[in-house]
Design a binder for this molecule. Sequence first.
Ligand code: GAL
Length: 452
Amino acid sequence: MEQDEQGLKRDLFGKNFYWGITTAAFQVEGSCDTDGKGASIWDEFTKKKGAIKDAQHANTACDFYNTYEKDIELIKQLGIPNFRFSISWTRIMPSGTGAVNQQGIDFYNRVIDLCLQNNIEPWVTLYHWDLPHELELKGGWTNRTIVSWFSDYTKVCAQHFGDRVKNWIVMNEPMVFTGAGYFLGIHAPGRKGLKNFLPAIHHAVLCMAEGGRVLRRMVPLAQIGTTFSCAHVEPFSNKPRDVAAAARADALFNRLFIEPVLGLGYPSKTVSILKKISKYQRPGDEGKMRFDFDFIGLQNYTREVVKYSLFTPYLHARLIKAEDRNVPITTMRWEVYPPAIYHILKKFNAYPEIRNIYITENGAAFPDAISENGEIHDKERLEYLQETVGHVLKAKNEGVNVNGYFIWTLTDNFEWAEGYHPRFGIIHVDFETQKRTIKASGKWYSNFLNHR
Ligand code: GAL
């Protein structure tokens, strides 16, 4: 057995370690306007010419809205004890505020109840990037009123699901949805520039903390967390200006959102442009930005190598593409580098304010070939996952307070601007027929979790 060769055993992580799998509403559900669902910024963005590779959209995606019973059955079959999924804000509140759509509530009740009946613990993410389009028309993340919109949405979720859901994640990767969506314009809603990015950052931080407070009040026994994208950053050389450039990139990728939440403020000493966030700050915000999360979810996929660059505005740092470094890459063109997770665990563990760390996403996209007998031997993904889990164990054995690991993702799905081309699933999806096939990586995870 491969896990024996690796010396990797579930027991080595202890009894209280959470093992799971993650999905996100927009990437899997489909049924984009069914049963009263309102449009999100991603429903609108996918209609824009040139926004998504091959003009693909997520109107059907994995059809999870209709196939959730089969997919939860697969999770059960694989013996995965924790299922992290997100709630679509516009299924619950079609306009973002005001009226609640009972059919949306009913859907998530069915999903939650089915998980619990099957001994699968639900982990709910409140915001995985699908902002109501109507709120975007009012400024979206650039409008400070979003704090009260988000607070109301959180209350509705807590009120309807808090009796059964004990694990909550307020936000998924604020750096990605603000950076790609409000600075680079490559994700929904496609806005660009600092005038959008800086207010979006500040309001996302306020919402994270506000969401945490609402949940604490309304679901007192809940375990409350939030997740951050993080990359292990290395300088291209030991030259002081490359080292300084890497420190700036690190501040932007890894420190920008966690530090204000921990009460450490924005890392504007390292990235001076961030001082301009003060324009959007109001007296008393320092306190409102903080929340004592029960856990921090880290999500890592690769490492970045950074070089000084005069021509990159604000940051003066440039990422050296993995393709130009002659290293193995995934379909996303990200470097295959399992030790990255060890480094980021060490890095975040050094914040004394963090109480508990879970890896809430990790995975890799590779092309999958279906063999004649219908099997999928996704050797590269399997090895990547095994090696990464090994690095999590190494960090844990060295005293890092890491107590959970969730794979991204259950089924191949809609990978945002990249469409359906990158396949991240441990279960293959034929998007023509919606047929699911468990890949070798899925079988490995199942074996690892269940054959102790
Ligand atoms: C994360 C994101 C997921 C998924 C994954 C793979 O940034 O939370 O939704 O797309 O990356 O790219």
